[in-house]
Design a protein around this ligand. Structure first.
Ligand code: NAD
Length: 491
C-alpha cells in the first residue's frame, strides 16, 4: 500500500494529527494508498514555509533563472508523464488515453511561463508632472494557495503553479481529497528540478480542514481555485475578509449549438465529445445540446447510433470510451438528476440508468444518457450535473439559440456548429461565455486565456494575461531635484 505524506519545506512530513485517509481506485473499488489528513497546524507550517521561502529570496531569484528551473521541470514532467497519468487514472478513473495526454501536455505550461518569466516589463510613464520621473514595476503577490478539483488534478494545478512560480510567488497546494496522490508524487519532480525548499508545498486533506484554513490564513496573498460554484462562492466571501486576490475556475452548463447548415457528422462527433468524453466529468461539458428544429430528429437518431458504440469499462484500457464515475457522491448525484429530468417531463431516449454489466468490475458506472423534449427551464438544463447526461433542446432562429444559450447562471464555454462565417462571428459576440468553439469542441492551450463569465468564475488562466493576475503593479515616483514645496496641497 502506498503512503503519501505532506510535502512541506522540501521535507516529507507526517500529518500533525497522526491521521490518514484512503485513496480509492474508482474502477476496482480498492483502497490503494493512504494519504496524510491535514489540519490547521499543517496549514500553518506550510504557509510559514512558503512565506519564509518568499521573504528569503525566491522573489529575488532573477526571472531568467526562475524560467530555467521551470524548463527543467517541464523536461522531468515529459520523462514521467505516463507514470503520472497512470496514478491519476488510479485515483479518478478517467481514461488513460486522456490522462497521459494531459500529463504530457501540461509540460507546455511550464515552458510557456518559464519563457515569459523575464518578459514582464513595467513602463516609464510620461506623466504631466514636471521634474518627477515615474515608472512601474510588476511584483509577485507572495504565498498563493492552490486548491484543485478531482477531475484533472495535475493539469488544473499546472495552470496555476507554472504561472505563479514564473511571477515569483511561492505556493501551498491542496489537492482534492479524492485525488491527492498525483500531486504529492509531483513534489518529487519539484525537488529534482532544483526548485528551492519551501517554494512549493503540498498539504493533503479535506476542504473544511485544509482548504478553508488556507483561505482564512492571514499570510496567504491569493487563492487560485478550481472547483464547484458553491465552494467558489464560500471561498470568495472568506477571502474578501482578508483582502486576498482570487482566481476562481468554476462550473458550467455549456450549450453546444448546431445549426441546420452545419456539417452534421462533425457536429454529432462534437456533441458526443462534449458530453461523454471524461464521462461528462468536465467543467466544459457541452451538457445542453441546442438543435435547430429542422435537423432535430435526424440529428438525435445519428447521435444515439454513435453513442451506442461507446465501450464502457476499464479506464486503463485504450479501447474504453466511458469510464467509471470518480466519487460515490458524484455517482448518486447523477442518478438523482436522471430521476429529476424524468419527473420534470424530459424524455429519456438513451441510457437513463446505472451500468452494472461485467465490465463494471468494482466501479460505479452510468450509461451514456440522452434526454429529449427538454425545455431550458428544467433543472436538467439549468444545473451542473458533471456526468454523462445530455439535455437536447430545440430552437428555431439564431436569436432563439442566443437567448436559450445565455439563459443559465453559468458562462464557461459554448460550441457553435455552422458553415456560415457571419453567423459564427455573430454567435461568438453574443454568447456570454469565456470560450466559444466554432466547428470544434474541448480545445484548450497554454497560449489562450481560459475562464468563465457569470457563475463560472472570476479571472483567467493560461495565455499572456494570466501572469499579471499573479503580480501587482507598483508606481514609483522620483523627483529629479529636491525642492521644498507647499506641503498642504497635492503635488
Ligand atoms: P469542490 O468545490 O467540491 O472541491 C474543489 C476543491 O475545494 C477540493 O480540493 C475541496 O477539498 C476544496 N474545498 C471544499 N470545500 C472547501 C472550503 N470550504 N474551503 C476551501 N476549499 C474547499 O469541487 P469538485 O467536486 O472537486 O470538482 C468539481 C467541480 O469543479 C465542478 O463544478 C466543475 O465544473 C469544477 N471544475 C471547474 C474547472 C474550470 O476550470 N472552470 C475545471 C475542472 C472542474
Amino acid at each position: 500500500m502506498e503512503r503519501y505524506q505532506h510535502y512541506i519545506g522540501g521535507q516529507w512530513v507526517d500529518p500533525a494529527s497522526g491521521d490518514w485517509f484512503d485513496s480509492v481506485n474508482p474502477y476496482t473499488g480498492d483502497v490503494w494508498a493512504k494519504i496524510a489528513k491535514g489540519n490547521a497546524a499543517d496549514v500553518d507550517r506550510a504557509v510559514a514555509s512558503a512565506n519564509n521561502a518568499f521573504e528569503s529570496g525566491w522573489a529575488d531569484v532573477k526571472p531568467t533563472e526562475r524560467g530555467r528551473l521551470l524548463y527543467k521541470l517541464a523536461d522531468l514532467i515529459e520523462r514521467d508523464a505516463q507514470r503520472l497519468g497512470e496514478i491519476e487514472v488510479r485515483d479518478n478513473g478517467k481514461l488513460i488515453a486522456e490522462m497521459s495526454a494531459q500529463t504530457h501536455y501540461m509540460s507546455q505550461w511550464y515552458r510557456y511561463y518559464g519563457g515569459l518569466a523575464d518578459k514582464v516589463e513595467g513602463a516609464v510613464i510620461p506623466t504631466d508632472k514636471a521634474g518627477i520621473f515615474n515608472f512601474t514595476r510588476y511584483e509577485p503577490l507572495g504565498v498563493v494557495a492552490m486548491i484543485t478539483a478531482w477531475n484533472s488534478p495535475l493539469l488544473l494545478l499546472s495552470w496555476k503553479l507554472s504561472v505563479a512560480l514564473a511571477a515569483g510567488n511561492t505556493a501551498v497546494i491542496k489537492p482534492s481529497e479524492f485525488t491527492s496522490a498525483s500531486t504529492l508524487e509531483f513534489m518529487n519532480l519539484i525537488e529534482e528540478a532544483g526548485i528551492p525548499p519551501g517554494v512549493v508545498n503540498t498539504v493533503s486533506g479535506f476542504g473544511q480542514d485544509v482548504g478553508a484554513e488556507l483561505v482564512a490564513h492571514p499570510d496567504v496573498a491569493k487563492i487560485a481555485f478550481t472547483g464547484s460554484d458553491r465552494t467558489g462562492q464560500k471561498i470568495n466571501k472568506i477571502a474578501a475578509s482578508t483582502f486576498k486576490h482570487v482566481t476562481l475556475e468554476l462550473g458550467g452548463k455549456s450549450p453546444n449549438i448546431v445549426f441546420e447548415d452545419a456539417d452534421i457528422e462533425s457536429a454529432v462527433m462534437g456533441a458526443i465529445s462534449g458530453i461523454f468524453a471524461a464521462t461528462g466529468q468536465t467543467c466544459i461539458a457541452g451538457s445542453r445540446l441546442l438543435l435547430q428544429r429542422s435537423i432535430h430528429d435526424q440529428f438525435v437518431e445519428r447521435l444515439i447510433e454513435v453513442a451506442k458504440t461507446a465501450q464502457i469499462g476499464d479506464p486503463m484500457s485504450t479501447d474504453t470510451h466511458v469510464g467509471p464515475v470518480t466519487t460515490p457522491p458524484q455517482y448518486q448525484k447523477i442518478l438523482d438528476y436522471i430521476e429529476i429530468a424524468k419527473q420534470d417531463g424530459a424524455k429519456c431516449v438513451l441510457g437513463g440508468q446505472a451500468y452494472t454489466g461485467p465490465a463494471a468490475k468494482g466501479g460505479q458506472f452510468i450509461e451514456p444518457t440522452i434526454f429529449t423534449d427538454v425545455n431550458n427551464k428544467m433543472r436538467i438544463a439549468q444545473e451542473e450535473v458533471f456526468g454523462p447526461l445530455l439535455a437536447v433542446i430545440p430552437f428555431d432562429t439564431e436569436e432563439d439559440a442566443i437567448s436559450i444559450g445565455n439563459d443559465v447562471d453559468f458562462g464557461l464555454a459554448a460550441g457553435v456548429w455552422t458553415q456560415d462565417i457571419g453567423r459564427a462571428i455573430r454567435m461568438s459576440e453574443k454568447l456570454r461565455v469565456g470560450t466559444v468553439w466554432v466547428n470544434t469542441y474541448r480545445a484548450v492551450s497554454f497560449t489562450s486565456p481560459f475562464g468563465g463569465y457569470k457563475r463560472s468564475g472570476i479571472g483567467r488562466e493560461s495565455g499572456l494575461e494570466a501572469i499579471k493576475q499573479y503580480m501587482q503593479v507598483k508606481s514609483v515616483w522620483i523627483a529629479q531635484q529636491t525642492s521644498p514645496a507647499n506641503p498642504f496641497i497635492m503635488r
